[in-house]
Ligand binder design. Structure first.
Ligand code: PLP
Length: 368
């Protein structure tokens, strides 16, 4: 059996109604901003539970424009997590700010118990990453950030509808940044992103920033970017967005199925699953003994398992100038050596999951 990682072929196998929408859309010529995007933004904000949403061209720009709107500039320090996708640090770097990492904990997210140790008088923003669809401990993080009056931008790119105590990812910080990249839980047919906020000033400022700072055709209010979300992708987004709850539910059901099976394997460690957290499993990630061998065994048996990531971002060659060395963030280091990600999307079948479980079991049974 083959268990693929990407389900995109299945996701858009039956979308004749979307093609009808796209045909209608093309005949309007409404290709920049416009009513489809407005509708997508309104529905996205409603889904997450914020007053506003602003469509942008990527999750990276969702973070960048949020930081820009806060006035982040060269010489400032921005705190983020030591294990994240490069985009988080790329966005911070684009504004010239210094990237300050904090180690992760069992949740794969920033260990907020360390946060105070890293705050200086140059710290101008905190960017927690809700990595894998888990949540950063936001109640505790906000208690600290409020005390120090440091704004928070949530990197919620992997955690749409993730929540703590029913409060969604993206609603805790000044803004929340989402990605609509094809591999994210809610996706379009190209790059795309969304910024959510309930702060009217930030909404106005970010709306300007994403469209060259133009308040109207003839007036450049501030210098900005071309970071618009393509309206054609908003049409795709409008088609998919109503299924977000269903997609999320399926992922949670599938992850629970894996959890129950893997609990019987002593060499696999499942992260804690706090009952007040809603984890949305962008990545279904567990810790495995003899991880590299297990990965090879899975690949050899047709299972497209992955590692997120074999080298933590803080040790990547592009960030050598920060002067970090292996061991600076021991939990991130350990996770880089022991985590493995299995396909756990809304299209995977029970047979496929059973096969994954069987192959993992057979690996530890044979070779221990
Ligand atoms: C995908 C992702 C981003 C950025 O998304 P793009 O849309 O690809 O620019 C940022 N942070 C994290 C954690 C991500 O997974």
């Amino acid at each position: 059996m083959q268990v693929r990682y990407s389900y995109l072929k299945q996701q858009f196998a039956n979308c004749d109604d979307l093609w009808d929408e796209l045909k209608k859309f093309v005949s309007t010529g409404d290709f920049t901003l416009g009513k489809h995007l407005k509708r997508f933004e309104k529905n996205f904000a409603n889904l997450i539970g914020t007053k506003y949403a602003i469509g942008v061209n990527s999750g990276t720009d969702a973070i960048k424009l949020s930081l820009k709107a806060l006035g982040i500039k060269q010489g400032d320090e921005v705190i983020t997590a030591a294990n994240t996708f490069v985009a988080t640090v790329g966005a911070i770097n684009e504004l010239g700010a210094k990237i300050v990492f904090i180690d992760c904990d069992d949740s794969f997210c920033m260990n907020v118990n360390h946060l105070e140790n890293y705050i200086t008088n140059k710290t101008k923003a905190i960017v927690p990453v809700h990595f894998t669809g888990y949540m950063t401990n936001m109640p505790k993080l906000l208690e600290i950030s409020n005390r120090f009056k440091i704004p928070v931008i949530e990197d919620a790119c992997q955690s749409i509808l993730g929540a703590i105590d029913d409060k969604n990812a993206g609603t805790w910080g000044e803004t929340g940044a989402f990605s609509l990249h094809p591999l994210k839980n809610i996706n379009v047919w190209s790059d795309g992103g969304m910024i959510v906020t309930s702060n009217r000033n930030l909404y106005n400022k970010i709306s300007l920033l994403r469209n060259h700072g133009l308040s109207n055709r003839n007036n450049v209010e501030i210098l900005g970017y071309n970071s618009r979300l393509d309206t054609i992708q908003a049409v795709v987004g409008n088609w998919l967005l109503p299924t977000t709850h269903e997609i999320t539910k399926k992922r949670i059901v599938n992850a629970t199925y894996y959890d129950n099976a893997f609990r019987g394997i002593s060499e696999i460690k499942i992260p804690t699953r706090p009952s007040d957290y809603k984890i949305v499993y962008h990545l279904y990630m567990v810790l495995a003994e003899r991880r590299d061998e297990l990965l090879r065994h899975c690949i050899a048996n047709g299972i497209e398992a992955k590692i997120h990531y074999p080298v933590p971002i803080y040790l990547q060659p592009a960030l050598l100038h920060l002067g970090h060395k292996q061991g600076d963030y021991p939990v991130a280091d350990e996770q880089a050596k022991s985590t493995i990600t299995f396909p756990c999307d809304q299209h995977i079948t029970k047979d496929e999951m059973n096969y994954v479980i069987e192959i993992v079991k057979s690996f530890y049974a044979q070779k221990s």
